[in-house]
Design a protein around this ligand. Sequence first.
Ligand code: GLU
Length: 414
Amino acid sequence: MNPFEMAKKQLEIVADQMNLDSNILCFLKRIERSLIVSIPVVMDDGSFKIFEGYRVQHSTIRGPGKGGVRFSELVTHDEVKALAMWMTWKTSLHNLPLGGAKGGVCVDPKKLSVKELEHITRRYTAEIIDIIGPDKDVPAPDVGTNAQTMAYMMDTYSMQSGKTIPGVVTGKPIEIGGSPGRSTATGTGLFFIIEQYCKTLKLDLKSMTTSVQGFGKVGSVIAKKLYKAGSKVIAVSDLDGTFYSEKGININKLLDWVKSGKNFIDYKEKSVKIIPNKDFFKIKCDILIPAALENQITENNAGDLDCKVVLEGANGPTTPEADKILEKKGIVVIPDILANGGGAIVSYFEYVQDINAYYWDLERVNSELKKIILNTFENVYKIAKKEKIPLRDAAYRIAISRLATAVKLRGVFP
Ligand code: GLU
């Protein structure tokens, strides 16, 4: 499914349930601004290569645009539009004074050298420089980018401005204005949510089993936290395959293996076997965490799921058709904009710290993150229970009502 069509459909479903004013729906369905740029890079062998990049600002109605930059061969303009829209819902849901944006470059970062990656990052930043900035739009890491990418973006923007402006991007290294806890924030937020969900339903997290799709910035952190909490992580996958063990995988060992630069799929552990990725969603478990890309749980495989709860670490992993199937099966979906909001929340903290030039310690970051994300969880859960609707619909209702109020209050210029 085209991700932008999917994002608009999710909005329409909730707009219909809420009897949202059709003018507001029109307003929220459109993209505020979208820039397509061409990025020429001199490769290490002297040849020129041209890459295509995007920066999409879906909404700045509640504040500057916010959202990551994705480097992937699969990036399309429509994917970036969908991701920007989801960011608008996410920042609104958690009541951050920010809007929704996203960027992307169609490139496989694994195929580039360190120098080539630096060049592509700097040229991409230069091409979008007029529309980003602490009071306009603040990029962050996403799939295929990291703290180093943000350091190059910050430096490029600062060099063009004649002064250091750390607040132009978040997710930077701590040494140059990053926030403690930002690199693990999405996984930390996911853990706070699942812990609270279990408490609310009087479930024992320790006796539950989990499968995690993706072992990157999000999947590896939530897997480690669950493992540390004494919960069994029985399956972990990446692009090359899935590890499965009924007894649970030693996540600390797997993490050490990957951190030492070795190939994920070459990891060996007694009782852990490799199964093909096509069988990942058939694994019987309690908690299923898609923590890779969008469009993973679709009408074609939703029927195969054998779990109690889906905790969405990725953005847009479940299609609206799949949502219906899961609801019928009694599987609860804790939606992306609620569950994976930790990254955006701590990005907001980083932005606040940069602007004030006053930095917090990890304890303060995590305790404020917990306060915001659990408060959102409580609000979403209350509405879902009262209205007997899925958590996704409840989360969308909160996010969209807040945006609708902002649109009404600001009116339409001129
Ligand atoms: N890329 C992350 C997300 O999808 C973080 C965005 C941000 O921090 O701006 O939520």
